[in-house]
Design a protein around this ligand. Structure first.
Ligand SMILES: [Mg+2]
Length: 120
């Protein structure tokens, strides 16, 4: 069974890029969300194995969405997607229970390593 992934990012291009990497490596992208609020809704409806979560988004940011998702499922596996210079947000996310983080631009090897680590 391939792992079911929810991709969260406000940038269409980033979602496309990540989806491409994941699907080429045997993961199933079951849903996409473009802000934190949508991420929570999709998490509830799809119950994915793993979430990739952008940090900076309108409506609700990624760290807040992570906290809400962890309330729904304390074992939820969320990987943060950060831009350069977001170290403090990443630290906050790790403390809030994110399993790992990947830095944009996405590199296939790094993305897949992170997902494999998160799936353990
Ligand atoms: Mg963003």
């Amino acid at each position: 069974m391939s792992k079911r992934i929810l991709i969260v990012d406000d940038a269409v291009f980033m979602r496309m890029k990540l989806k491409d990497i994941l699907e080429k490596n045997g993961y199933e992208v079951v849903a996409e969300a473009q802000n934190g609020a949508e991420a929570i809704e999709k998490y509830k409806s799809e119950n994915p194995d793993l979430v990739t979560m952008d940090i900076t988004m309108p409506e609700l940011d990624g760290v807040s969405a992570l906290r809400e998702i962890k309330k729904i499922n304390p074992n939820a596996k969320v990987i943060m997607c950060s831009a350069m210079g977001q170290q403090s947000m990443v630290m906050e996310a790790i403390q809030a229970g994110a399993v790992d983080f990947i830095v944009k631009p996405f590199e296939t090897d790094r993305v897949i390593k992170s997902l494999e680590k998160a799936s353990l």
